[in-house]
Design a protein around this ligand. Sequence first.
Ligand SMILES: Nc1ncnc2c1ncn2[C@@H]1O[C@H](COP(=O)(O)OP(=O)(O)OP(=O)(O)O)[C@@H](O)[C@H]1O
Length: 602
Amino acid sequence: MMNFGYDEGGHRVSIGDMRIWRRIARYTFNRWVSFTFAVLLSLAVTGATLAQPWLMQQGIDRYITDINLDATARLIGLSTTALWYCIMVIAVFLLSFLQVVVLEYVGQWIMHSIRQDLFAHMLRLDLNIFNSNPTGRLVTRLTNDIQNMYEMFSSVMVTMFNDLLRLIGILIALYLMNVRLALVMTIFVPISLGLTILFARLARDKFRAIRSQLVKINSFLSEAIAGISILQLFGREKRSRDEFEELSEGYLQRTLSQIKLFGTFMPITEFLGSAAMAMILWYGGGEILRERLTIGELVAFISYMKLFFQPLRELSQKYSIVQSAMASAERIFQLLDTTSAIHEAEQPVSTASHRGELVFDKVCFGYDPKKPVIKDVSLRLRPGRTVALVGTTGSGKTTLVNLLLRFYDPQEGKILIDDTPITKFSLNQLRNMVGVVLQDVLILQDTLLSNIVMDTGKSRSEIEQILTNTGMHRFVDKLPQGLDTMIGEGGKELSTGEKQLLSFARVLCRDPKILVLDEATAAIDTESENILESALADAFTGRTSLIIAHRLSTIRRADHIVVMAGGRIIEQGNHEELIAADGHYAQLVAMDLHNGATTAPA
Ligand SMILES: Nc1ncnc2c1ncn2[C@@H]1O[C@H](COP(=O)(O)OP(=O)(O)OP(=O)(O)O)[C@@H](O)[C@H]1O
């Protein structure tokens, strides 16, 4: 059936798209034993269901209405038939239960696999993909879209085989019983199907509207929750409430409109079913009078008919579920097919013998290639030297660090460590070799020790040694349970300075050859600053260091100062040279001293 659903971007998704079905089937194959078992159960359920009207017919025609048999024989026959009927009812109950459990289990496993694949894939994607996809949209992939697919398994796959087999079985039984009566009933099939298709088409747009609204709500919520402090700080609560109300109202209206559609469709199909029943009663009754049909056959016929129309009625709901699941599946697979622009080196070069000389060679880069933010930057950091990067906001300092860590690759030029282009290292090696202390510190809900160790595998005593050597133990000693203090959500809240110290401890623990430090612009408390100062002094020795510097003290300590503006290096030299040159740097420092601040402008 080639009907279409839509994804949230208005893009059409074909329900008969075999590429998507093949990929879903691939996941199903991993559980083929359970799946085959469920299909076999389906055959058994259908057999037991179809036997019931037949048994009813036997009971009526052979024992209730047959006056040629004696009363005892009729009673025994009737009891036996009733017993078989009960057995069939119980069999359907038990087998259906088992089938539902097996298919739900398969469905859950498939969703689990897709969820794992999707998240693992997301972790490998480059940052540009995250920049261009709102968080809410990506979260929707992992939650709602997976749930949609699961619903297809749980409520459609579970019954699809049963329904299909049942429809075929019933049609055969009806035609065998009485061809004329079966033909009368068949008239209603195209009407019912036509109505179903019409409804499915109408429902399709409602679904699309609901889903796109849900995505908007998800995006809005994730942004609002992530930035709750900013919302409160700038008194935007009312405005956010109003925006959310509008979004939620939109969702409500769309859902109500869908409910109205369902509400209209259901009684119409009920009416059709009843009309068919009246027709069969009228025509079937005449057939009995004409002695071309028995009462038992008419009763069985009516039972079969009910069984026949029920799946047809549900078809439209199932169709909508499949439609929505297909759109979700397509979005999930699209994301799974998105490849990262950052490629891992096929045969990574070892980093063991590197000294840590860092070179930016004519590097050009733009997050949007048409709008470069790094323009022809060339810079050499000799091993063990400290270079301070200063410049106005937006001049491209953080972007240089992003390029060094290969969060992005430059469009032109190369970055080399000891003459080896960084693309030749494995990403893991590179990011271990370059230790970065960022302004945004991710805190895990765990002890301070685990937060420092992360995945380095260092022991407690090694960490204690590093902390003592760098004077950072003073930071740890201040915390209530030292290294065992629980931090993060539900634990101790760290101050900005403490967070920086933690971030610094993490990096030192990896013993990187190149140290990159993005100094916080926010002023940190004097005690943390003192600890950081002495730790820094220690950390810089023997390491190539690149500091996005804001503090005059750090800048002065640097061997070399690089001044950036508009994505270019406009000046470089040491503090004295640059002051003597009386250029951009001298202006920045003069402005800063004039303002009486302790930090250099950046
Ligand atoms: N993820 C991004 N997507 C698109 N543009 C970006 C992105 N990150 C930064 N930019 C832009 O790139 C330019 C350089 O930004 P960058 O963060 O490197 O500057 P910076 O010198 O580190 O500034 P600051 O001192 O304020 O941190 C800016 O114009 C900024 O708007």
